[in-house]
Design a protein around this ligand. Structure first.
Ligand code: ADP
Ligand code: MG
Length: 248
């Protein structure tokens, strides 16, 4: 089985400050890998390296078997953009285009980047909006939506590019507690449909229920990884235990 994301000995510094050390990680087709760990441990940086938003200066990244980073050197721009389309990303802070309607947000990528015609882009967008429970909001502007609705639009927008894998960086952390469930529900449905997902979250219930593999990070390293039962019930590492004690 060919992995969708493969990180090999990945290392990254920000102006001399090392934030990722020797990261090895594979995400296989239809797998849900959840990354947990304290704030500042490098989770966001790791995700951002996977879609070329950050450049790691050490190691290798393959996306669907194609090299994105080879010994710390990124692909050239035109190839990079193509590979990036394979990797959808959802951020904590939604990042919707405020001047575009919901439908506009979901169709702009396919139309501008992939050259999809308006009718096809809109009909697929409406399908995706129905999937995230927002068919009735197609013509709404982002400012009129709740946080949970905005995040579901952001998920539909990422899916519109037909990615091979979805990255989620704390997708529910900016939401009021009563809105968290609707977003997790959509993510769970995606996982059930077989979407490959790499998810950073503090929602331990989601990790336990949905993850195939849980990866624990601390100080830029992977401390431990394994199935949820191992990590939550029988963690091997003291740093995993102390993190879990702090959050559970
Ligand atoms: P996490 O997502 O686990 O909270 P991050 O990946 O955001 O961790 O950050 C890891 C470390 O890298 C932190 O020490 C953070 O301050 C630092 N860092 C992240 N982004 C930058 C940046 N753009 N410039 C400098 N330092 C950064
Ligand atoms: Mg982060």
């Amino acid at each position: 089985m060919k992995s969708i994301i493969k990180l090999n000995d990945l290392g990254k510094s920000f102006s001399g400050n090392r934030v990722l050390h020797g990261i090895n990680l594979e995400v296989n087709p239809s797998e849900v890998v959840v990354i947990i760990g304290p704030s500042g441990s490098g989770k966001s940086t790791l995700l951002r390296c996977c879609n070329g938003l950050e450049v790691a200066e050490e190691g290798n990244i393959e996306i669907c078997g194609k090299p994105l980073l080879t010994n710390g050197t990124m692909l050239a721009d035109h190839e990079l953009n193509h590979l990036r389309e394979q990797v959808g990303m959802v951020f904590q802070s939604f990042n919707l285009f405020p001047h575009l309607s919901v439908l506009g947000n979901v169709t702009v990528g396919p139309r501008k980047i992939q050259g999809v015609d308006k009718d096809s882009a809109e009909s697929f967008a409406r399908e995706l909006l129905a999937k995230v429970g927002l068919a009735h909001k197609a013509d709404a502007m982002p400012a009129t939506l709740s946080g949970g609705q905005k995040q579901r639009v952001a998920i539909a927008r990422a899916l519109a590019m037909k990615p091979q894998v979805m990255l989620f960086d704390e997708p529910t952390s900016a939401l009021d507690p009563e809105l968290v469930g609707e977003v997790l529900q959509v993510m769970k449905a995606l996982a059930t449909e077989g979407m490959t997902m790499l998810v950073v979250t503090h929602e331990m219930g989601f990790a336990r229920e949905v993850a195939d593999v849980v990866v624990v990070m601390d100080h830029g390293r992977i401390v431990e990884s394994g199935p949820p039962d191992q990590i939550f019930v029988n963690p091997r590492e003291a740093r995993t235990r102390s993190f879990l004690q702090a959050v559970l």
